[in-house]
Structure formats: C-alpha cells, structure tokens
Design a binder for this molecule. Structure first.
Ligand code: SF4
Ligand code: SF4
Length: 198
C-alpha cells in the first residue's frame, strides 16, 4: 500500500491566486447595465425599429414601390401599393403604400431596405425594444410604423398642397400643411386612434 502523497505548494497557492483575481475585480469600474430602469443610450446611427416618414404637410412618403421588400435578404417586408385618387390621397404622386408590414421575427436589422428606398420614406429609429411573446405581435403594421404627426401637419389622406406637384415635394418646396387646413398638434397616429386629443 502506497503512502499518501505530501500536499504540494500549488494546493495552497492556487486558491490565493484565484482570490487575488476576485480582489482586483472589486476595485474595477462596474459594467452592469441597470436595464430597464436606465435604458442604454444607443449610437446615433443605431439600426432599430423602422419608421415610415411623412412629408412636411403630413402626406406619406411611401409610394408602394416594393423596392424595400425586394432588397430584404430575410423576406421580412410585405408591401401592397394602391392608386391615389383626388378624393382619397395619401401621398403626392400616383401610388401609395396601402399595406405595409415588417416581420421582426425575421428582420436582422441590416438596413438594406432603407438603402433601397427611393423616397427616404423608410428609415430606422433607435428603438431596440422589439421583444414580444407572440409571433403575431412581432409583425408591425403600417399604423405602427407610420411616423406620428408633427406640429402643423395634417393626417393623410388629404389633398396635395395647392399649386404644387409631386416633384415640388421632393424639391423641398412644401414645408407645411396647406393654409386653411385644420392642423393637428403633435400626436402619434396610434394615440389619435385611441382618442387622444388632436
Ligand atoms: S433591416 Fe434588413 S432584414 Fe430588416 S427588413 Fe430591412 S432589409 Fe429586411
Ligand atoms: S418604403 Fe420606400 S422602397 Fe418601400 S415601398 Fe415605400 S417607397 Fe418603396
């Protein structure tokens, strides 16, 4: 029967070395994020939730061309365009985006769709809180993606600015809603739908 081996020096020194790492870490700057109490501030060009933008008078910039959907590598965008009419006009030109959906269960927030958009209708916000518990709630509809109304805008549909044409909108000649229209206070479309005073 062999004799029990003598304890080596390493058996005592290894725990001391381990605790020295712990001790040094106690004096380092903490990296813990206090989320969600203190939300992280993202970089200005962070790729977050998308937004469908409006012209300064409230008409929509989306023309329903589907280029964003074709550019998407994850097949996350669904668009159906439709014709504007004089009675019901959503954008200055011939067409507008009648149905617009982004599936955030698929989207990888790469930004290729916003590069493809010819009218700058589609951009990305810094909002990263997209997690949810059902697949259906991850499909954002046009109502959820459309930008809120800024002070002085009028919600679509409404007529084109008098004396202007589609090109004038892109030249930046329309800077506010037409004179005499009932302009709304700043309120998002979702809030307006829920009956918040406009
Ligand atoms: S960010 Fe990328 S993955 Fe997401 S919808 Fe746009 S193109 Fe598709
Ligand atoms: S968001 Fe831009 S690319 Fe997509 S359908 Fe509208 S205008 Fe076309």
């Amino acid at each position: 029967m062999s004799e029990p081996s003598e304890p080596s020096g390493d058996m005592f020194m290894n725990p001391v070395a381990g605790f020295s790492v712990t001790f040094k870490a106690m004096f380092k700057k903490r990296l813990t994020e206090q989320y969600p109490e203190t939300p992280k501030v993202t970089a200005p060009r962070f790729h977050g939730r998308h937004q469908l933008n409006r012209h300064p008078d409230g008409l929509e910039k989306c023309i329903g061309c589907e280029l964003c959907a074709w550019a998407c590598p994850a097949d996350a965008i669904y668009v159906e365009g439709a014709d504007n009419t004089d009675e019901e006009r959503y954008s200055p030109g011939e067409r507008y985006g009648r149905v617009y959906q982004i599936n955030y269960a698929r989207c990888i927030l790469c930004g290729l769709c916003i590069e493809a958009c010819p009218t700058r209708a589609l951009t990305m916000t810094n909002d990263f809180e997209l997690a949810n518990t059902t697949r259906a709630s991850l499909i954002y509809t046009k109502d959820e993606l459309l930008a809120g109304l800024e002070e002085g805008m009028v919600d679509s549909p409404h007529a084109i600015f008098p004396g202007m044409d589609e090109q004038d909108y892109y030249r930046g000649l329309v800077s506010e809603a037409a004179p005499g229209t009932e302009r709304q206070k700043a309120v998002s479309k979702g809030e307006a739908d829920k009956g918040v005073d406009a």
